[in-house]
Design a protein. Structure first.
Length: 340
């Protein structure tokens, strides 16, 4: 949003703007470790303020692996880019619109098993299926309560930010960024759909409570059914907060029939465990164009699991620069270890 799967092995090379390790903040872990569970290999600013075929490459809100091993990168200004997975060089761009030809606030992305693209727009919110060339093929149903007020109880720019397919490819999950009006517990809704003949049908819904002041910009499923969840916030004059959690929805209560989440004892939330606060990563020589508690940080919004190596998940993050001179389009190459 404006402020702020297929699993294959992709070998990400050293891009032109990749920087080497340097001393981190006082509370950083030794070496390239951000925490006991997460380390950062490198980052790249190669796409910062880039253009491709006349289209600005920033405003990136989501990443996905395409069927050919390349990266798909979604801009929240209605563009879907194809990137070389090694160099990050743009290879293609497809414009996206709604049924009336209106631009989307496109935030979440899944490349389905047939190569079609499932893409969320935060405006309504909506999830549409697109062909590779940007033609609309289908539109998924959305519960009334998750619509933006006055149609529903969602706040503007606080709806579907994250999108992921659960293991097996039969269940799609979208994460709301912020709580609905009336959900006083601060928990956000995770909505699912089950693959059915002809498309996806509404299924269970779960409640996840982000840390105070933070929202959920992205979720990604792991093969065992657990989720990697990004939490993010911004404080003017201070900078960004970005935390990576491991979450488990498998024993959470279905909240689709719960009108208001008020912290009631009968609702079991999605469990979560902190993997890393990105502020604790080494700076790797990064610089920031605005105040940040760690110059490595920016408005991190997208995430994709690109493979597994030496017992760790390879995870790629991307920041949304909002086409703003004081923000940076930056990609972060992490290694994430999770216990069974």
């Amino acid at each position: 949003m404006r402020i702020r799967t297929l699993l294959a092995t992709v070998t990400a090379g050293l891009a032109a703007a990749t920087c080497l390790s340097a001393a981190g903040p006082a509370n950083a872990q030794p070496g390239n470790a951000c925490s006991p569970s997460v380390s950062i290999d490198r980052f790249s600013d190669a796409l910062d303020k880039a253009t491709y075929e006349g289209t600005y490459v920033g405003n990136l809100s989501a990443l996905a692996l395409d069927r050919d091993g390349s990266l798909a990168a979604l801009s929240d200004r209605s563009a879907l880019f194809g990137l070389d997975a090694r160099t990050l060089a743009p290879k293609s761009v497809v414009p996206l619109t709604d049924e009336n030809g209106t631009a989307l606030d496109s935030e979440g992305l899944v490349v389905d098993r047939d190569g079609t693209r499932l893409i969320t727009s935060e405006t309504e919110p909506s999830i549409r299926r697109y062909s590779r060339d940007g033609a609309i093929l289908d539109r998924l149903p959305v519960p009334a309560a998750l619509q933006v007020a006055p149609a529903g109880r969602a706040v503007s720019n606080g709806t579907f930010e994250g999108l992921t397919l659960l293991p097996g490819g039969h269940t799609l999950l979208a994460s709301m960024e912020y709580a609905l009006s009336g959900d006083t517990s601060g928990a956000v809704r995770f909505q699912t759909w089950q693959r059915a003949k002809g498309g996806f049908a509404l299924a269970a819904q779960y409640a996840y409570r982000p840390d105070p002041g933070l929202g959920v910009p992205e979720v990604q499923a792991l093969p065992d059914g657990r989720l990697l969840v990004l939490e993010r916030g911004f404080t003017s004059g201070v900078g960004n907060t970005v935390r990576l959690y491991l979450a488990d929805p498998r024993h959470a209560t279905d909240t689709s029939a719960v009108e208001n989440l008020t912290g009631q004892s009968g609702v079991r939330l999605v469990g979560k465990t902190l993997l890393a606060d990105i502020v604790n990563c080494p700076t790797l020589g990064a610089t920031a164009k605005q105040p940040q508690p760690n110059p490595l940080l920016d408005n991190i919004e997208g995430m994709v699991v690109t493979g597994r190596s030496k017992g760790a998940w390879k995870v790629l993050l991307v920041s949304d620069d909002n086409q703003n001179a004081v923000q940076t389009t930056r990609l972060y190459y992490l290694r994430v270890r999770t216990t069974p």
